[in-house]
Design a protein around this ligand. Structure first.
Ligand code: ZN
Length: 383
């Protein structure tokens, strides 16, 4: 293409504004009207206050932000290659507009391989895919007695081991067990650098969690799963999260955590947010898939190891949204728990809200909350 032609087309795309019509969820509540997109950003929102229950126009809400996702579309981040691109494209079709690719507990060599390829994908991000914000390092710095579905490569963490991986692909969230020797100091160092430190895969006592929070830990990884539970004389990680947590992630498939436990956490933790913890099986048919070193089996809503233990999910964020509204949460609150709270937690302040100046990361839903279209930085994901 001649340079003049390329410039003309670029200019045209830059100037063209696009308008979405329907019920728009803004920080001031629902408006019936128009949302304008220009150059990948929201240029304006106009309309009148409305209760969306009163009409059949589309529901227009912020794109979902998934801070814990291992795979999708048959690919697992630990495979390397194009896996991160495949999972980012797959989850975008279900409304996820930003995500953290999440690694599994593995050998140093396997992690270096996966992080190297993840870094390459981030350098040339895929089209029609969720924005890849970085990596969630889930293990190997966890308690070997609290592996859950993580392969048996847990080991004490060091700053050197963290930096080696962080140099290949940026680590934004780390899951760590504070009770392991040396980890309290590591938590302090990483938190001071701005890494979000989450307590998880941990058998810590309540008081150790309080010390970790005072050292800068801010979150909890898949609340209730693979952590010491709440006993009234041994409150454990769950007790510490409910007593002191401001943010915590929770797998919203209603398989890993039953409705009553989800609702209890919602009362206690102001900014409880939802993740998928999805495996390669997300967005795929029932069958056999890979999760790190494990073979896992998807059947219906759940993904299990050969021994029947839960091994991540097949969840997508649109299903998580409907799960929350099905429990009686308003669409507004469900949206906050899938978009705004994870954005705030991570400190990405240009998304998670539909208002002028914010990224045009948007999901359009039918009145039944089925996905109609997904926009990443103003570009449509679905054909
Ligand atoms: Zn996970």
């Amino acid at each position: 293409m001649a340079p003049s032609m390329a410039q003309a087309m670029h200019g045209q795309t830059g100037k063209r504004a696009m308008t979405l019509e329907g019920n728009i969820l803004t920080p001031e509540g629902w408006f019936r009207g128009e949302l304008t997109i220009r150059q990948g950003r929201i240029a304006g929102v106009s309309g009148t206050p409305v209760n969306p229950e009163d009409n059949d126009a589309p529901r227009i809400i912020p794109g979902f932000i998934d801070l814990h996702v291992h795979g999708g579309g048959g690919a697992d981040l630990m495979e390397g290659g194009d896996a991160l691109a495949t999972l980012a494209s797959t989850h975008a079709r279900f409304g996820t507009t930003s995500l953290l690719g999440t690694s599994m507990t593995a050998s140093r060599e396997a992690l270096i391989h996966a992080f190297g390829d993840a870094g390459r994908i981030m350098a040339t991000p895929p089209e029609r895919a969720a924005d890849i914000l970085g990596i969630h390092l889930e293990g190997p710095f966890i308690n070997p007695d609290m592996l859950g579905a993580q392969p048996p490569y847990a080991r004490p963490g060091t700053l050197e081991a963290f930096d080696e991986l962080d140099a290949l692909a940026p680590i934004r969230v780390i899951t760590i067990a504070p009770e392991v020797d040396g980890h309290m100091a590591l938590i302090k160092t990483l938190a001071a650098r701005g890494v979000r430190v989450q307590i998880g895969h941990s058998a810590a006592m309540h008081d150790q969690c309080v010390e970790a929070l005072q050292s800068g830990a801010r979150g909890f990884t898949h609340l209730y799963n693979a952590m010491s539970g709440l006993h009234h004389r041994a409150p454990g990680v769950v007790g510490a999260a409910l007593a002191h947590g401001d943010y915590a992630e929770l797998i919203g498939d209603l398989v890993h955590v039953e409705a009553g436990a989800l609702l209890a956490a919602r009362r206690a933790i102001p900014h409880l947010y939802v993740v998928t913890d999805a495996t390669a099986a997300a967005g795929m048919f029932d069958g056999e898939y890979r999760l790190g070193e494990h073979r896992v089996f998807k059947q219906g809503d759940s993904v299990r190891l050969a021994d029947g233990g839960l091994a991540g999910s097949a969840l997508t964020m649109d299903v998580a949204l409907r799960n929350l509204t099905g429990l009686g949460l308003s669409l507004e609150e469900a949206s906050q728990r899938l978009s705004l709270w994870p954005a705030r937690y991570l400190g990405v302040n240009d998304r998670g809200i539909l208002a002028p100046g914010y990224r045009a990361d948007i999901v359009t839903l039918s009145p039944q909350l089925e996905i109609e279209q997904v926009w990443v930085a103003g570009q449509p994901v679905l054909e």
